[in-house]
Design a protein around this ligand. Structure first.
Ligand code: FES
Length: 589
């Protein structure tokens, strides 16, 4: 690795050639304020001018996020000129910013507020007219408020980098410039897949998930039978919102908190992840046996399903007809569980805590209801971030909570296979564990299926079943999915089974997970975003290792459910409750 000698504030350092000044300074422990720069070059617009420093060889101040280091460079961060310039840049941004901070859900995590404090920005230094505002809350998932947008471009880059679809872009010029879907349309009139990745990277409250906390409050106030389920990836990240080390699994504390928040029952969506494997695995085997459409593609991720419906409407036969796990769980709660406990399903209110903002959209899909009267499987979806807000406003001391178990009821058990659904490759691994057992009559040796592991955008592997080797592939992020889908469209796909997740890395990086703010803090590791995902995925694999049962078919409550209610996987009843349909779309509807 080529190194260069530089000085920062008169102190000599050796850093990698090719780094920007901002990155080099971070590696050396300096925290230059910045806003538009993001995630090791993912966004390098150089537009906010907050990161200005002095550097030898440059004329005047330079934006450290785009200016590369070179041999012998001397960098000054602390000169009065640089300090004043950074403060003016932030004051200019604030002059066009809606500062109703106390009402803004991003408040605690607002990077603009943080930077404003650090540079000592003053009130109203540039009074005058503000850019006309667009407020879009027409979809069930994302709220866009341009009065809080600082035109950093991170959302534009994330949409492009993660999915290659570029829903967001800059519109107009100068004073009238805004960021949004083409022609400043609502998200509802654009082919946005609603994954929420743009929310994750927005430094202010310009892009937010549409909160459903009030809905939950109202259901409780009305005396409804309010039950909650939590997706696997939530436990891997919720602790970050309470200052716990990244990658700390907090299942027990999360359950304890939910109980104290007033939920009648607390369930694990991983139970339904096991159910998904039973249904999806059987569907795959039937397709292989009966010459059905292959490769079959998983359908747990609503962002991915949206992408398929918008962009690959001619390939929808490849999607498994299985609902996603939390929808399956909602359907089971409002039928099997309600019947067993004598509860009128109309009095039941099912809340899903999800790492994914798109689940808010998924739950209103008309195809997803447990009965012919159109009663939704799931009534409210709150993200991991919203759950953290609920816990904080209640005054619960999360880190002091005891570890408690999910409600020991007829839908309690979950296996390690269900736990790993939250990371890219997890569904594939869980499916292979069960499909192998069904066809070979014995458990997969070593249990773990390593080709599906890791955070690469596309992974592939093979598995031999009854003497025949089949190829599998795993993709996360639509840019990667596109590669596999184009192969299918061209008739060149070598795969039998494909797992696709909307968000890069899978649900651990979902659009509702805690913000990765350390990206912008001093840290020797400038690839901290990747580190977060690695640590969150480790948390799930460790839960899998600790589980009593690690294969979905060994889940005792699932076995009872089939025996007492569903019959067998893919039965008529199972189809009625647990499967769905898709349709080609050109816009949200
Ligand atoms: Fe460097 Fe915005 S110009 S962070």
């Amino acid at each position: 690795m080529e190194m260069v000698n530089i000085k920062i504030e008169g102190i000599p350092y050796q850093v990698e050639a090719g780094l920007t000044i901002l990155e080099a300074a971070k590696k050396c422990g300096y925290n230059i304020p910045s806003l538009c720069a993001f995630n090791h070059g993912e966004c390098n617009q150089g537009s906010c001018r907050v990161c200005l420093v002095e550097a030898t060889g440059a004329r005047g101040l330079v934006a450290s996020c785009v200016y590369p280091v070179n041999e012998g460079m001397e960098i000054t961060i602390s000169s009065p000129k640089a300090v004043a310039a950074r403060r003016s840049s932030v004051e200019l941004i604030l002059s066009n910013h809606n500062r109703n901070c106390q009402e803004c859900d991003k408040n605690e995590y607002c990077e603009l507020l943080d930077v404003a404090r650090r540079v000592g920005a003053r009130e109203d230094m540039f009074p005058g007219e503000k850019t006309p505002t667009t407020y879009d809350e027409l979809t069930p998932t994302i709220v866009r408020d341009t009065s809080k947008c600082i035109l950093c471009g991170r959302c534009v880059e994330r949409c492009k980098n993660a999915h290659g679809i570029g829903i967001l872009g800059f519109e107009n010029r100068g004073f009238n410039a805004i960021v949004g879907p083409a022609e400043n349309r609502s998200f509802i009139n654009s082919p946005c897949i609603m994954c929420g990745q743009c929310i994750n990277v927005c430094p202010t409250g310009a892009l937010m998930e549409k909160s459903e906390i009030m809905k939950v409050d109202e259901a409780m106030a009305q005396g409804k039978y309010v039950v909650v389920q939590t997706a696997p990836a939530v436990r891997a990240a919720l602790g970050e919102s309470f200052g716990m080390p990244v990658g700390t699994p907090v299942t027990g504390k999360m359950v304890a908190a939910l109980r104290r928040l007033g939920f009648k029952k607390v369930f694990d969506t991983d139970f339904a992840a096991d159910l998904t494997i039973m249904e999806e695995g059987t569907e795959l085997l039937n397709r292989i046996k009966n010459g059905g459409v292959l490769p079959m593609i998983t359908s747990c991720s609503p962002g991915w399903v949206n992408y398929a419906e918008y962009y690959y409407g001619d390939q929808l036969d490849h999607l498994s007809s299985c609902k996603s796990p939390h929808e399956m769980f909602g359907a089971i709660l409002k039928t099997y569980y309600a019947e067993k406990h004598g509860i009128d399903p109309k009095d039941m209110f099912v809340v899903s805590v999800m790492p994914c903002s798109c689940k808010k959209f998924e739950k209103v899909r008309p195809q997803l209801s447990a009965d012919v009267n159109g009663m939704a499987d799931v009534d409210a979806v709150i993200t991991t971030r919203e759950l953290a807000r609920m816990i904080k406003r209640s005054g619960i001391n999360f880190t002091r909570l005891p570890d408690e178990d999910y409600d020991r009821d007829i839908v309690h058990d979950a296996t390690g296979a269900g736990h790993i659904f939250g990371v890219t490759g997890g569904v594939m691994e869980a499916a292979i564990r069960t499909v192998y057992y069904v066809l070979e009559g014995k458990e997969l040796e070593g249990i773990n299926y390593m080709p599906a592991r890791g955070l690469e955008g596309i992974k592939e592997g093979e598995v031999t079943l009854q003497g025949k080797t089949i190829k599998i592939a795993v993709a996360s992020g639509m840019k990667n999915a596109k590669v596999l889908l184009d192969q299918i469209r061209e008739g060149k796909s070598p795969y039998t089974f494909i797992e696709i997740m909307g968000c890069p890395g899978g649900c651990i990086n979902g659009g509702g997970q805690p913000y990765v703010r350390d990206t912008f803090m001093p840290n020797e590791d400038i690839d901290i975003y990747d580190k977060y995902l690695q640590l969150r995925s480790k948390a799930l694999y460790s839960e899998d290792e600790r589980a009593v049962h690690r294969q979905s078919h060994n889940n005792p409550d699932i076995q009872t459910l089939y025996k007492e209610y569903l019959g067998e996987p893919n039965s008529h009843k199972a189809h009625e409750l647990l499967h769905t349909t898709y349709k080609e779309r050109v816009r949200f509807d």
